[in-house]
Ligand binder design. Structure first.
Ligand SMILES: [Zn+2]
Length: 113
């Protein structure tokens, strides 16, 4: 089998507002902080928090204890909230001339980058 080197088309971008569709945070909304394109995952602010136990390290100024951090969540479990109509929407893609692809809200038809 030839190795397919196709990047999945991700509709989620950094700073998008998204709705979580599955998992323990189902129904939560948050801002995308980071997208891991290779893994198809994203970090969403205040969603999928994990407790991390940290050992104190005075030389590095780390206090130690239990820190809460976001853990990556599958992008397929996220839905982008349209900045125009505010609804969680499926997105299409539109290419205007030679410009970068625009994303299109399938509910209200608004385009955004
Ligand atoms: Zn919309």
């Amino acid at each position: 089998m030839p190795k397919l080197n196709v990047k999945p088309k991700l509709n989620v971008k950094k700073n998008d507002q998204v709705l979580v569709l599955a998992g323990k945070n189902r129904g939560a909304r948050g801002r995308v902080m980071r997208v891991f394109a290779g893994d198809g995952k994203a970090l969403v602010e205040h969603v999928n928090m994990m407790k991390r136990h940290t050992r104190p390290n005075p030389q590095k100024g780390i206090a130690g204890g239990i820190l809460e951090r976001e853990a990556p969540i599958q992008i397929s479990n996220l839905m982008v909230i349209c900045p125009e109509c505010g609804a969680p929407s499926r997105l299409g893609r539109k290419r205007v001339d030679d410009g970068p692809g625009q994303r299109v809200c399938k509910k209200c038809g608004a385009t955004f980058s």
